[in-house]
Design a protein. Structure first.
Length: 233
């Protein structure tokens, strides 16, 4: 999905009926056992280090990590393309993943940059927990997803489905708890403007980020369907 298409979908999903219908498309997807175990470890580790309750600083750490699978998938696809560029069919199958991976990386980068701006604004940052730990974790996570994508790409997509689903629910909980206050908290971020997303206040911003996450969740299922139809390799 390209950026303009993604932004149009975010605007459409602001309607609760549209969001409910869109969420239903993939709500019942059931990841396999390995993805569920890895997902429980990932979400459990996040809850252990940052607490179960969503917060600005937890989102900052989570968003650093959220970009990683898309980077790994892109790197794996290009690594294969270095070896198999002579096979046009395979080159097409490898390239089908790239628009989703590239755009999701840009989108998650916007999340982490803008939320970090808010974490600084509220003086919530702890260098060790919110900067160093996600950075070190991301290094290992990148290579773990890289390897997993070589061995079994379906598990990598399913793990992302679990992670994005968790992110969507965390943002939902945050908006329910803090939404009224956030409606009168203005947001001014040069990166948000550079990215091309408009938000009058924190509520608008977090509402749109929450919608990004469900688009990533459903996008992961789309990739699994492509895999099942032999359209990815
Ligand atoms: Fe995100
Ligand atoms: Fe996401």
């Amino acid at each position: 999905m390209q950026k303009l298409e993604h932004e149009a979908l975010v605007a459409k999903l602001k309607d609760p009926m549209e969001l409910a219908a869109y969420a239903r498309e993939c709500d019942d997807y059931r990841p396999g056992l390995l993805a569920r175990i890895l997902g429980a470890l990932l979400v459990g580790a996040g809850n252990l280090v940052y607490g179960k309750k969503p917060s600005y600083e937890k989102f900052k750490a989570v968003e650093v990590i959220a970009r990683i699978p898309y980077q790994s998938w892109e790197a794996v696809a290009y690594t294969y393309l270095t070896a198999f560029y002579g096979d046009e069919g395979r080159a097409i199958r490898l390239s089908r993943l790239l628009p989703f991976a590239r755009h999701a990386q840009d989108n998650e980068t916007m999340h982490v940059v803008v939320i970090t701006h808010l974490v600084k604004h509220y003086h919530r940052n702890s260098f060790f927990r919110h900067t160093l730990v996600p950075l070190v974790f991301s290094f290992f996570y990148y290579w773990a997803i890289w390897l997993l994508s070589l061995i079994d790409r379906r598990v990598a997509f399913e793990l992302n489905y679990i992670f994005e689903s968790h992110a969507f629910h965390q943002y939902t909980e945050f908006l329910e708890r803090e939404g009224e206050r956030m409606k009168s908290a203005p947001i001014s971020s040069p990166f948000l403007t550079f990215y091309g997303r408009e938000a009058d206040n924190e509520y608008d911003l977090f509402q749109s980020i929450r919608l990004d996450e469900i688009i990533h969740r459903n996008g992961s299922v789309e990739m699994i369907k492509e895999l099942d139809h032999g359209r990815l390799s």
